[in-house]
Design a protein around this ligand. Structure first.
Ligand code: GLP
Length: 242
């Protein structure tokens, strides 16, 4: 793993945006994997700025998001589809048909996950995947004890994730109990991975991911086996590293 520690979170966001910009400049037809959560928002702002300034274009690129809540329509205020439109896609030139987020309100989620995995394969796989990390070490919505080889699938969210994500909803009761997520196998198939984490509340998960054994108790620890992972941390997230 290539681990880069920055003084503050703004630098983490900028470094992340630079890596995605470089990918687009190197290959304008890149297949990009995007993530939700609050951590990537600063990087998306930077990418929108670089797009505004004419430095990068998403016109020939396509994207696949990691996950979505089961039961939420695309325009639901807390859907990850809406999050991505608001924070990135409304501000850049990626054609709508190139944007993929699992469809949370699919009549049959079990069919949706198969279609999603097939669409990734048909696009030729993901060139560069962005990841955040949950406080319990989850990536996408692959919670502790997830299979390391799973493809896109339906998951039950853990109480810790429901609680952590309740801040976006009126109350924890409104957080959906299930999600559709790329599996860890899907994520590990990406050619390159960038994981971003900032703040003290991620320090323990980052420590387990980097210094701990590869263990399903910390799903992100599997990234130790991927041969092209860049981890971008601020000092607080890196504070428990040995
Ligand atoms: C959600 C997402 C993850 C994300 C995590 C952390 O659970 N499914 O992909 O990494 O939140 O989010 P945040 O960056 O807000 O801490």
């Amino acid at each position: 793993m290539n681990i880069q520690i920055f003084e503050n979170e703004k630098q983490v966001h900028e470094a992340c945006a630079i890596l995605f910009a470089a990918q687009l400049i190197e290959n304008p037809e890149s297949v990009l994997g995007f993530a939700t959560g609050s951590t990537p928002v600063g990087a998306y702002d930077e990418l929108a700025r670089m797009h505004d300034e004419g430095i990068i274009s998403f016109f020939h690129a396509s994207s696949f998001n990691l996950d979505e809540y089961v039961g939420l329509e695309q325009d639901h205020e807390q859907s990850y589809h809406r999050f991505m439109m608001k924070n990135l896609f409304d501000h850049v030139d990626m054609p709508e048909e190139n944007i993929h987020v699992p469809y949370g309100a699919a009549l049959d989620p079990e069919v949706e996950v198969l279609l999603y995995e097939n669409a990734i394969a048909e696009a030729g796989g993901i060139d560069l995947q962005l990841l955040g990390i949950g406080v319990n070490g989850h990536i996408g919505f692959n919670e502790p004890s997830s299979s390391f080889s799973a493809e896109t699938h339906v998951v039950d969210l853990t109480p810790s994730t429901i609680e952590a994500n309740a801040r976006f909803f009126d109350s924890a009761d409104e957080v959906p109990r299930q999600a559709l997520t790329m599996g860890i196998g899907t994520i590990m198939n990406a050619l390159k991975i960038v994981l971003v984490a900032t703040g003290e509340n991620k320090a323990q998960a980052i420590r387990e991911m980097i210094d701990g054994p590869i263990n399903p108790a910390c799903p992100a620890s599997i990234l130790q086996l991927h041969d092209n992972v860049t981890v971008l941390l601020d000092l607080a997230a890196a504070s428990l590293l040995q």
